[in-house]
Each structure stands twice: as structure tokens, then as C-alpha cells.
Design a binder for this molecule. Structure first.
Ligand code: 73E
Length: 824
């Protein structure tokens, strides 16, 4: 039986492109610039999408399925054009049509700015989830912010990172729709007054506030081959026109100006910090802004075709992507009580049944805590509600534990209260205000239950669950690696595109010599493709026959790019002192953005580039190793990099990386993991087998044990291991910089001689020897061509579990309980 594919009218598309070039630019195709052609083609694709979008929304209105609202400060969508035509199953038709117009689809795709409304894993996860929700046929809204400037673009100048604003909207966004009719008002500041309504009830009202208009922009999220189109709704802020102000504000010129300023600042820029919260007032404003607008919309949408708001949770669920959207708990309470006259208990019942929270990190610096006075000043009514939630919760703790033998009730309150030490603890609010708390990998959830959130887990174990992250194979294999995608389809059919567990069938080819050769030949071609990119962008020539050893991710101490580059320095010494020793050539590829104010991270980038300079230009090395730092690592070049990776460096300090998702993307593309037993690496090794991964270093248990006992003394290692001593000394002896002191801060991070308990907090020296040994195993394994091919192939074959489709199914079955929408 031939599978049904979505209809796509190639000729109509062609006509539409020509027409768009004419009406948008008054030009013919010959006159149009590549950017103009991209715009014309994108509008033509949008045309095709809109039909499916309307059909989906109509079916949903009739069938009234439950909807998930995925609330997130970040959606790292990556380019839409290629992905959209893939999911419309129109890639080939569009490619052919464009060819007939003498346009190369790849050139066109490169015209699109990379929408980067996110920092890293957390934002990209949200994007993968939307792709899976549509593909599986569930109704979903992504709710977020339309930042005018997304993640900064990174330039490398003299080895240093320079941040350049990301004006992604400069040429407009052909796929978005401004929906003025759904605009909402969001109120900040002022004070709360009490009044009695006609029914004699005591009511609360915010007055003397500033107000901004939240305007939604809708972006289509297309399911693969099923015609389902969901919506990513991102909010922009606009000033309210003065004549719209209520009577209190009429004529208040000062206030009008303030409101205008507020509106212009709100959505200006994404905070470029990953796994770190700076606690800025504007960030809290951003959070409340998009949450208030989203919550109001969700309630209003429900009320259009239902009358009993007490059953809201039967049709809506809010998934909070980390604590950043947690004000949703209090905002839903506010809307229910203040706008719909709910009692506290009724509102609480609905709210807790609607909200769910995902925890993504245990890094202390990423914990969101707001000073009470700031929170209260900015959100007076919300604060009042949080205060009451806290009062009731503390009561509950006391009722539960007072009189229990051996339990210190005050200690419980200290560890669990939402308001404590003059701070609002957002994670606590999210846990108390919802019915589900999940971690993002087995190990991470275990650490939450046993350590970070132990008291909560003991008090409410039924809320806790694990949802191991996943990635979409549509973007990260079908789009990113067309050669491998085609090969897989030839071997096992195309079922894997919507059911990644079918990759298992590839295991039958693991020992097949021909299959192995084909697989490695594809890897080689992808390495050539990346080598070309590196030559064009870095001016460095790399050998596609060398091992491509890749570490691409945000720069953070816990991710230990420093461990990697120290190992490279060691290898450099090794080759210099033993020039005739057999060594298989390796290319170390780095890509990473550092938060603008994170000095250690920025200095690590400089070090990587300085080491690259020395090694790449040292004739003694003869090209045996090369070091490349890829500028401006982002979703679009990530797709090239993953496809070309032989070795996937996942070397975080065990217990620190909640899950990781780059690890899964590289596995999917046939890279072998060199990693610690951290995050989802543990599950990757479980799936692929220990013999097909290279694991090293302390376990999370061991790390946590050291931490409990105040760390360890790296000086002991420095003094006893001459390799370590040599490498560290080179950081401060001028080898990599004329200014000997330049890298001193990194040296001091490792060997803090003043306060040894602050030295090497990420166990870099502790894991160094074990890491070297794992690198050696990799080099040996690679030289056994057959063994390597089998390993690489088995990695691709074993990645079935790591599809975000699987993750979403688990959320649906165990937490959200959504119904599928059926299209005719
Ligand atoms: O391990 C990753 C995880 O794979 C984790 O560090 C990341 O989330 C990914 C998806 O689950 C993450 N990012 C943040 N917290 N965890 C974060 C925190 C504050 C601001 C921005 C991002």
C-alpha cells in the first residue's frame, strides 16, 4: 500500500514565487536579490501552510481536544524554511521548482536569519517538543516572547568573543502573523484596593498601575506529513494609546511616557545567560508580561465554548519550562478570583490541576529567587496571592510534621517555604502550585528526589516523575544529514521519520561490511562538507580523514571545555617530545557562546583560540592535530557539525548536566560518545552498550561525596603528576600569550592557592588522567576501521529512545492526558 503524502502543488508554488517577487519588490526573478527570492519563496510556502493551519484550527474547534500550553521564556527554533518544507513533505518539489527558476534551495535557505530566541538546550528542547506535538497530532500552543534581539551573534576578534546584536527581524519574518485582535493588557505596579461587589463579596483590585499592550505574533508549527499545524504564539509589547487609559490615568502625561518606555524595553532582548539567573528587574517584568497575556488568552479561549470554568483543567494544561514562567500559578489564581469571582479553594483546585513544572538544572546560580520588595512593588496583587499560597502551605507543613518523632518542623519550613529570607522562591511555588514535577533524565530526577528537592519528594512523592529529554529526528537527521537519512530509508524504509524506535532494525547491518563502508563513506562526505565550511569561515584547512572530535555547546565551567583544551595541550606536548610516536590525526572542533558577563567562560574561549593558533602553526606538529573554534555556534551550523562528528564530547562534571541533548543529536548522526556518566549520557550508554561508548571520570556519587566533604586538593595532583604540572605551567609561562598573566585566572580556578576549598570545583584535574586514557582508547579504536564503523553504526541504530516524540508521548500519557485531533 502506498502511503498517503500531503498534496503540494509545485506549479502553483512556482507561480506564487514569481508573483511575490513582483508584488513585494516590483522585480522579475532576474532582478531579485537572493534575500528577495527567499522572501518570495517563504511567502509562497506560508500560503500553503495557512490552508493546513486553518483546517487544523477548525477541526480543533469542532473536536474540542485538551490543549497543552507550553510556557517558555525561550524557543530556539532555528531556521523555518527548510524545516517547513520537509514537514510539508514538499522538499523535493520545492527544490525542483526552484531549480527550474534557476535558484539553489541551499542558497535560499542560507538567506534566512537563524531565529535564536533561546540560549541553548532548554530553548531548543521547547522547539523539538513543538515539532513532536504537531507530528503526533496533539493541540498545543507554545507561549513565549517575541524578542526583538535574540541570542547575540558571536564574532571572534583576536581570539576573543565579541557580541553583536542579533537583528533577526531586520527583513521581517514571512512566517509570522500579527494578531492584533488577540491583544491583551498587562498591568505592572500600583497598589491593591479592596471593595465589596454587588453580591457582598470582598474583592481585590489593582490600581495606579502601568499598563502595556501585549500583541501576539503567531508562527506555524507544522507536523510531519499529517497536515497538523500548531501555533507558537510569541508576544510583543506596545504602548497603550493614551485615549485608552482608564479614568484614573486620564491626562497623566508622565505615566504615558513611562508606559511607552516600559513597552519599548520589555521585549527588546533575550537575557543571554544559560544556566544562570542574574535576577534583573526587567527579567521579572518579561516573565509576568508573557505569562499574564498567555494565561488570559487560555482562559478566554476556554470560555468561548464552555461555561464551567471549574473544569478548565479538563481542556487545558500549562507546562512550565523551568521556573521562568512560574508566575503563571499566581496569575491563574488572580484571573479566576478577580475576573471570575472564584473562591480561593475553587481557584486553587483548578490551578493545581492545570499547572506542571519541569526542572532543568540543579546549578545553584540558576535557581530563581526574587527579593520580596521587588516582587511586591512590581506585582502587588500577584505578591498578595503568593503570600497567601505560602501561608497555607507553611500551615500544611506544620500540620503534617508537628509532633512527628525526629522531625525538625522549622527545618522543613526553612527548606520548603515559598517566601523565606525575604525571597520568593520560584521553584517552590512551581512545585506547590502544580500537580507534576519532572526532571529531564533518569539520573537528574533521582538527584532531585534524593537530594535537591528531598523534602518536597518526601511530602508529595506522587507529583514527581521523570521525562528523559529527546530531540526531533526530522530536523537533526532528515534535514541536517540528507545522505544518511536516505541511506537509512533505503535500508529500513522511512518509518523512522515518525517512529525512531525503528532505527533498531539497522542493528542487523552492524557487521555487514558493505553497510559499514557506506555508512563511513557518508560520514566522510559530511566531514568534507564541514571542512569546507571551516575553511570558508575560519580560514583553517582541516583533513576530513582525521578524527573529528567535537565539543559544541554553551560555554560553562561545569561543561568543562577547559578539560578538553588542557588535554589538547597535553597531546601537543606529547607529539613534540615523541615526534616519531604513532599518532592518528585528530581535529578538535569547538563551538560555544559564553554569557557576556561570564569572564572565566570568555577567557576559556580566548585560550582555545590561542592554543589553536600555536598548534595549527607549529611545523613540528605537521598537521597531526588541529584545533578549530567555530564562530557563532547556532542551530543552523550545528546541523552541519552533528552530521560530521566522529566523537561526541560530553564531559560535564558528573551530576551537573541535567540531561544534555547535543549528546543525542550526535549519537543519531553516528558519533561515538566520549563522556562522563552524567545526565542522559547514562541512558545513551545503556542503549548502545558500554563497548560502544567511551566513559571516564568520577561518578555523580563520587562527586557529591567530595562536595559534601568540602572538595579535594588539586595541588596533590599538580605535585604528583608531571603531565598535569607541565600543562598548567604552560598556561602561565607565555606559551599561549605574550602576556604571561592573561590566563592566570584559569590557572587559579584550578589551583586556588589561597582557598583550596574553592579550587577546581569542577574536578578537572581529578578527571584528567582518566580522560587522557579515554582519548587514547578512542584513537586506538578509530584505527580499527571495522570496529569503528560498527560502533558508529550501532550508535545511530540505538538512538530510538531519544526522539522527542517518545518524550512527548510520555508527557501525554502520564501528565497531560491530551486527545489527538483528527483531520479528514
Ligand atoms: O542539561 C541541560 C538540558 O539538557 C540543561 O543544562 C538545560 O536544559 C536542557 C534541556 O532540558 C538548562 N538550561 C537552563 N537550565 N537548564 C537555563 C537556566 C536559566 C536560564 C536559561 C537556561
Amino acid at each position: 500500500m502506498k502511503k498517503k503524502t500531503l498534496p503540494f502543488d509545485k506549479d502553483l508554488f512556482k507561480r506564487s514565487v514569481l508573483y511575490n517577487v513582483k508584488t513585494l519588490y516590483r522585480k522579475t526573478m532576474e532582478e531579485a536579490t537572493p534575500q528577495e527570492m527567499y522572501q518570495a519563496a517563504a511567502y509562497a510556502i506560508k500560503d500553503a501552510i495557512v490552508d493546513h493551519w486553518m483546517t487544523t484550527q477548525k477541526a480543533a474547534a469542532e473536536q474540542d481536544p485538551k490543549i497543552v500550553y507550553y510556557m517558555s521564556m525561550e524557543f530556539l527554533m532555528g531556521r523555518a524554511f527548510g524545516n517547513n518544507i520537509i514537514n510539508l513533505q514538499a522538499y523535493k518539489a520545492v527544490k525542483d521548482a526552484l531549480e527550474e527558476l534557476d535558484i539553489d534551495v541551499n542558497v535560499l535557505e542560507d538567506q534566512e536569519p537563524d531565529p535564536a530566541l533561546g540560549n541553548g538546550g532548554l530553548g531548543r528542547l521547547a522547539a523539538c517538543f513543538l515539532d513532536s506535538l504537531s507530528t503526533l497530532g496533539y493541540m498545543a500552543y507554545g507561549c513565549g516572547i517575541r524578542y526583538k534581539y535574540g541570542m547575540f551573534r558571536q564574532k571572534i576578534q583576536d581570539g576573543y568573543q565579541v557580541e553583536v546584536p542579533d537583528a533577526w527581524l531586520e527583513n521581517g519574518n514571512p512566517f509570522e502573523l500579527r494578531r492584533n485582535e488577540y491583544a491583551k493588557e498587562v498591568k505592572f505596579g500600583g497598589y491593591v484596593t479592596m471593595y465589596t461587589d454587588d453580591m457582598g463579596r470582598t474583592m481585590f483590585k489593582q490600581e495606579g498601575y502601568q499598563v502595556v499592550k501585549a500583541v501576539p505574533y503567531d508562527l506555524p508549527v507544522i507536523g510531519y506529513g499529517n497536515g497538523v499545524v500548531n501555533t507558537l504564539r510569541i508576544w510583543d509589547a506596545e504602548p497603550i494609546q493614551c485615549f485608552q487609559l482608564d479614568s484614573f490615568d486620564k491626562g497623566d502625561y508622565q505615566k504615558a511616557v513611562e508606559q511607552e518606555n516600559l513597552a519599548s524595553q520589555l521585549c527588546e532582548v533575550l537575557y543571554p545567560n544559560d544556566n544562570h539567573i542574574a535576577g534583573k528587574e526587567l527579567r521579572l517584568k518579561q516573565q509576568y508580561f508573557f505569562i499574564s497575556a498567555s494565561v488570559q488568552t487560555a482562559v478566554q479561549k476556554y470560555m468561548q465554548n464552555h461555561d464551567d470554568l471549574r473544569k478548565f483543567y479538563e481542556k487545558a494544561v500549562f507546562q512550565l519550562n523551568d521556573t521562568h514562567p512560574t508566575v503563571a500559578v499566581a496569575e491563574l489564581m488572580r484571573v479566576l478570583m478577580d475576573d471570575y469571582q472564584f473562591s480561593w479553594d475553587d481557584a486553587w483546585d483548578v490551578t493545581t490541576k492545570t499547572c506542571c513544572y519541569t526542572n532543568h538544572t540543579i546549578m545553584a546560580e540558576a535557581l530563581e529567587k526574587w527579593p520580596v520588595d521587588l516582587f511586591q512593588r512590581l506585582l502587588p496583587r500577584i505578591y498578595q496571592i503568593v503570600d497567601e499560597i505560602n501561608r497555607r502551605f507553611v500551615d500544611q507543613i506544620m500540620r503534617k510534621y508537628t509532633g512527628s518523632a525526629g522531625i525538625d518542623v522549622q527545618a522543613k519550613i526553612r527548606s520548603m517555604a515559598i517566601l523565606y529570607d525575604n525571597q520568593v522562591k520560584m521553584a517552590h511555588l512551581a512545585i506547590v502550585g502544580g500537580h507534576s514535577v519532572n526532571g529531564v533524565a533518569k539520573l537528574h530526577t533521582e538527584i532531585l528526589e534524593k537530594r535537591e528537592l528531598k523534602d518536597f519528594y518526601e511530602m508529595m512523592p506522587e507529583k514527581f516523575n521523570n521525562k528523559t529529554n529527546g530531540i526531533t529526528q526530522r530536523r537533526f537527521l532528515l534535514h541536517a544529514n540528507p545522505l544518511l537519512a536516505e541511506w537509512v530509508t533505503n535500508k529500513i524504509g522511512d518509518g523512522w521519520i515518525t517512529d525512531l524506535s525503528q532505527m533498531d532494525k539497522l542493528k542487523a547491518f552492524a557487521n555487514d561490511k558493505k553497510a559499514q563502508n557506506e555508512f563511513m563513506e557518508i560520514k566522510f562526505k559530511n566531514k568534507e562538507r564541514l571542512a569546507k565550511y571551516i575553511l570558508e569561515h575560519n580560514g583553517v584547512k582541516v583533513d576530513p580523514k582525521s578524527i573529528f572530535d567535537v565539543q559544541v555547546k554553551r560555554l560553562h565551567e561545569y561543561k568543562r571545555q577547559l578539560l578538553n583544551i588542557l588535554q589538547v595541550i597535553h597531546k601537543y606536548n606529547d607529539i613534540k617530545t615523541h615526534p616519531s610516536k604513532d599518532f592518528y590525526p585528530k581535529t578538535y572542533i569547538f563551538g560555544a557562546k559564553a554569557a557576556a558577563g561570564y569572564l572565566t567562560a570568555k577567557l576559556t574561549i580566548k585560550l582555545i583560540n590561542s592554543v589553536a593558533d600555536v598548534i595549527n602553526n607549529d611545523p613540528d606538529i605537521g598537521g597531526k592535530i588541529k584545533v578549530v573554534f567555530i564562530e557563532d555556534y547556532r542551530v543552523s551550523n550545528a546541523e552541519l557539525i552533528f552530521a560530521a562528528a566522529d566523537v561526541s564530547e560530553q564531559i560535564s562534571t558528573a551530576s551537573k548536566e541535567a540531561s544534555g541533548t547535543g549528546n543525542m543529536k550526535m549519537m543519531l548522526n553516528g558519533a561515538v560518545t566520549l563522556g562522563t556518566l552524567d545526565g542522559a549520557n547514562v541512558e545513551i550508554v545503556n542503549e548502545v552498550g558500554e563497548e560502544n561508548a567511551f566513559i571516564f571520570g568520577l561518578t555523580s556519587q563520587e562527586v557529591m561525596e567530595y562536595e559534601k566533604n568540602g572538595g579535594y586538593n588539586p595541588m596533590d595532583i599538580y605535585n604528583s603528576d608531571p603531565n598535569v604540572k607541565k600543562v598548567l605551567d604552560m598556561l602561565v609561562d607565555g606559551t599561549f600569550s605574550e602576556d604571561k598573566e592573561l590566563f592566570r585566572p584559569l590557572y587559579n580556578c584550578l589551583l586556588n592557592t589561597i582557598n583550596s576549598s574553592k579550587a577546581d570545583q569542577y574536578f578537572i584535574l581529578k578527571d584528567f588522567e582518566s580522560y587522557l586514557e579515554a582519548q587514547k582508547r578512542i584513537s586506538d579504536a578509530y584505527q580499527d576501521k571495522k570496529r569503528w564503523a560498527k560502533m558508529a553504526l550501532l550508535n545511530t541504530a540505538s538512538c530510538g529512545k531519544f526522539s522527542s516524540d517518545r518524550t512527548i508521548k510520555e508527557y501525554v500519557d502520564e501528565v497531560w492526558h491530551l486527545d489527538k485531533v483528527e483531520l479528514q
